[in-house]
Ligand binder design. Structure first.
Ligand code: GLA
Length: 404
């Protein structure tokens, strides 16, 4: 046991620390069966193209969702969601209430995992208390995929879900969001969380579902992650709407709505002018074509450690997400605009789905304070009110030690 519990509690606690503190306070009678963790992610570049089979450059973080698994004697599954101070009982496996419908809250991810699974247990599963906490608040760091995958690892390890790994696990977690929760998301988040690197980012070819590690030596640069002060709002509905506008545009151009058109910008612009005019559908198509080109430019820049080149692609990506895909919000725009004009910042952009949340900036380390000061002023907060951290690669989703 911890001789110095007080000192321990005074330290800034990670998600895993919080689950262990709950165990000691509430269930110290039980020996944990295991502990699991799934990281969040930022996306360096390549947003809203994963569901068209595009190539994207995400990176997992050293913050994520932790689950501590404790045994129960009654064969029920209970989940304790510490961050919202809620607790729910999901009954026994298979779920007794087959009519469990999505309710629009965190429970949906648990019922989705259990209802979409095809395990045929030979005997009743062990009863479990899952104690869950995360470090991904604010929207945009893939908290939902991280939550789903941390739960999936815990449930697979204890006979509540059929075991899956790699792409199959990523696809299963995606299906929970698409088929049960109702967000028509792509596969980027689940794939990077399952395959995260400790050395940097990964390149994901979402069409071929191929993941390549990109080890990055950032030299004198770092990636600052800053919250714009506006949480994501109504993001699921808006996300689905952008996807259907995009599909409408691609189909009107005679293209597939499952892939990025393999045509030059000039030909596609001419075709769009003739068929789509300047409406939303045309702007959505313009974004996906130009974003894919920027990802390829960014990848080359990353390989050459050409930081201004990478930064320029990031900033251009933000402009496209703002003007053509229309998924930014004024606070994100103000923050990005302010930091890209601060000496020592190579570029910046919103990251992830958008509609509020977090932005990333590539900066020279010595310019960190100046960039943070500019960001805080842009969102009209004191520097102490700017939620921020430095991105460090978090590796893949995995089992953790229960006591360390
Ligand atoms: C969300 C989705 C992903 C991806 C991004 C935008 O994070 O879950 O599939 O579409 O938005 O790039």
């Amino acid at each position: 046991m911890f001789a110095s519990t007080k000192v321990f509690l005074d330290l800034p606690m990670t998600a895993a620390d919080r689950t262990r503190a709950w165990w000691r306070a509430q269930r110290s009678d039980a020996e944990p069966l295991g502990a699991y963790w799934a990281p969040g992610r930022i996306n360096l570049i390549g947003d809203h193209i994963d569901y068209l089979g595009g190539t994207v450059l995400p990176m997992t973080l050293d913050r994520g969702t932790a689950v501590l698994v404790l045994p129960r004697t009654d064969r029920q599954l209970h989940v304790h969601a510490l961050d919202v101070d809620e607790h729910a009982c999901f009954g026994q496996r298979p779920l007794e209430d087959e009519s469990t419908l999505p309710q629009g809250n965190w429970r949906d991810f648990v019922t989705g995992l259990l209802r979409l699974d095809d395990l045929q247990p030979s005997e009743p599963a062990q009863g479990l208390d899952l104690v869950v906490s995360g470090d991904l608040e604010g929207g945009g760091l893939s908290s939902s995929a991280s939550f789903t995958l941390a739960l999936a690892l815990s449930l697979m390890a204890n006979g509540w879900l059929r075991f899956r790994g790699g792409i199959e696990l990523a696809r299963f977690a995606q299906a929970v969001e698409v088929q049960h929760v109702g967000t028509n998301c792509g596969l980027m988040d689940q794939l990077v969380i399952v395959n995260g690197s400790f050395k940097g980012a990964v390149a994901i070819d979402c069409g071929g579902e191929a993941v390549t590690e990109i080890a990055v030596d950032w030299q004198d640069r770092e990636l600052l992650v800053m919250h714009c002060g506006e949480p994501r709002r109504l993001a699921d509905a808006a996300y689905n709407q952008r996807r259907s506008e995009l599909s409408r545009g691609l189909l009107a151009l005679g293209e597939s709505d499952q892939s990025i058109p393999d045509r030059s910008s000039a030909t596609i612009e001419a075709a769009m002018a003739a068929t789509l005019g300047e409406g939303a559908a045309a702007r959505r198509v313009r974004h996906v074509i130009s974003e894919q080109q920027r990802v390829l430019a960014a990848r080359k820049a990353l390989d050459r450690q050409d930081w201004p080149g990478l930064g320029a692609a990031m900033t251009a990506s933000h402009v496209s997400l703002r003007d053509d895909f229309e998924v930014s919000v004024p606070a994100l725009d103000a923050l990005v605009e302010a930091v890209v004009h601060t000496p020592g910042c190579d570029g910046a952009r919103m990251t992830g789905a958008g509609f509020g949340g977090w932005a990333i900036a590539l900066v020279e380390r010595h310019a960190r304070e100046a960039v943070l000061t500019a960001a805080a002023a842009a969102i009209q907060r004191p520097l102490s009110g700017l939620d921020h951290f430095i991105a460090r690669p978090g590796g893949p989703a995995r089992a953790l030690g229960t006591c360390s």
